[in-house]
Every structure is written in C-alpha cells, then in structure tokens.
Design a protein around this ligand. Sequence first.
Ligand code: CO
Ligand code: ZN
Length: 333
Amino acid sequence: MISLNTNLLQKLLSTYGPSGHELNISNLITEEIQGLVDDIKIDSLGNLIAHKKGSGPKIMLAGHMDQIGLMVTHIDDNGFLRFTNIGGISPSISLSQRVVFANGTIGVIGCEHIDSLKDLKLEKLYIDIGAKDKNEAKEMVSIGDTCVYYNHPIIDDKKIISQAIDDRIGCFIMIEALKLLSNIENDLYFVFTAQEEVGLRGAKTAAYGIEPDIAIAFDVTATGDTPKAKLMDVKLGDGPAIKIKDNSILCHPKVKEYMIKIAKNNNIPYQLEVLEFGGTDSGAIHLSKTGVPSGVLSVPCRYLHSTCEMVFISDVKNTIELTKYILENNIEI
Ligand code: CO
Ligand code: ZN
C-alpha cells in the first residue's frame, strides 16, 4: 500500500484559506504539482486549473481549497468583534474555539451571558482578540476580515483530526493521485476550486470554461457510525464512498457504475453514499452548459464543519489508489 505524505498533508491542513481567500492554498498546490502537468492557471474566481493533456475524453476533477470561516461585521468600543458566517458555521461548535486571521492575529470566541443553551445563536457570540479598546482592535483587524478555527492538525497511525479536512483532504487526494499516474490517455483537468462552502461558486465557472465530458468531485461525507447518529450507511474505515446522491446532485449512474467496477477490479474496498443533506462541487458542475455526467468520491468524515473533523488514513490511501485507477482507465459513458 502507498505511504502517506504526512509533510504535505500537514501543510495543507495548517494553511489559512477561507472562501474567497484561497491564494495561500493555490500557491502551495502549484509548488507541489508544477512539473507534473502541462499547464497551470488561476482563473478570475481563484480556481487553480491544472491541465495534464491527453487524447481521450476530457475529465474534470474538482476538490475545493476553501474552508469555512468567520467574517468581522462590527468592532465595539471595548475591542470585541462581532461576526457573520462564511459557510456552515454552528454556534455551539464555535463557542470557546480559537481563531486565526490572515495576518496571524489570534482570538477566542466568547458568548454573552445566556440563561439557556437554547439561546446560543451566532449573534450572541463575539471574538476576543485581547485588544484593550476599539482603536487597538482596529490596528489588528478590519471590518470584512475573515478568520478560521485554529488548531494544529493531528496525524497518528490511524487517523487525521483537523478543522480543515473539508476539503483539503480532497485536494491532497487529487495531488497524490496525480503523482502516481503513468500512461494516461484521458485529458485531465485537476481543478482546485474556490468558494465551495458559500455555494459551489468556483466549480460553476471552472466547468463552464472547461466543458468537460465527465466530472468527478472529491470531498468528505458524513457517517452514521457514532453513538445514536442519524441513520446513514457510511462508516470510517470501510473505504471511499461512491456517492449516489446528496442535496445538490443525483450522480450519473454510469459514472457511479464505472467507479464501482474499477474498485472491484482492483480489490479496493468501497461503500455507497446516500447523503440526505449538503452538496459539493459536482452539484454545480453537472448543471453546466448542456449538462456533464458527474460523480463524487467521498472520504467518510466524522464531526463535519467542526474543529475536530476526523478521517481514517486507510480511507484516504484507498481513495488515492482508486482515483489513480479511475484516471488510468477508459471511462465509457
Ligand atoms: Co464543507
Ligand atoms: Zn467540502
């Protein structure tokens, strides 16, 4: 089995990149993949598009670079910051977390006095950056600045824990699969997308420009394997999840069947995913122009959109291998 590129993964998980501020991530990825592709460009929305030319069908791979964040809306006289959400931010998860801004300013999230947890809303929360008053706070941050949850990633023998697994793990899988490719006929577009968390925006314009014949997105999905979880037949450790549907897409049956066939032929474990909420880049891509047959490979992930998103290393490695085989074969749609 392949070994895990822990060094690259650590970097991807610890680099700042909320929606709309993907440049640090696209620079890191460019450094990693230049030389492995024929052409790299960044488009006007901030998508990183890497083209590995081939004579076969045009396949677009998409994994989003952005992570959820919090944007400053108001600075009060005492130097406390109020904020709005960039993507799916939950008040209960945010309480007592550390956050970091692009310029390195670190803060913590506090809450007004409330009598019941039922009153815990984003409006009740504030960010404390340790400023003595409004003027000092304004020297550290401005209205419109965005911060992200701040914790060092954990990678042990079995699992990975980080607030940025969604979806740096998808970017990581695409990069590591690209490195393994040899003798490819397919015309491959590796697209590291911008602004997924605010509504699949980067994927939409990238797909319009590329006009792919087939698309596959790489992202995380929820699981049903924790105590009294909502019913869902996806588990950590059972391999990559081949998506059937989520709220943004009914995956193309032929793309899904092709991925299942490749997994079976290469003895890679897989599971089938029916996600009853959420969506990912394929949701936008499959509706581009006259439509694009699309599928999704998901890494099972517990505690989505929290500071302790968790995946198993075995699932990550199996997804990289499956991706390599998917790209090396002829997809017939
Ligand atoms: Co997400
Ligand atoms: Zn995601």
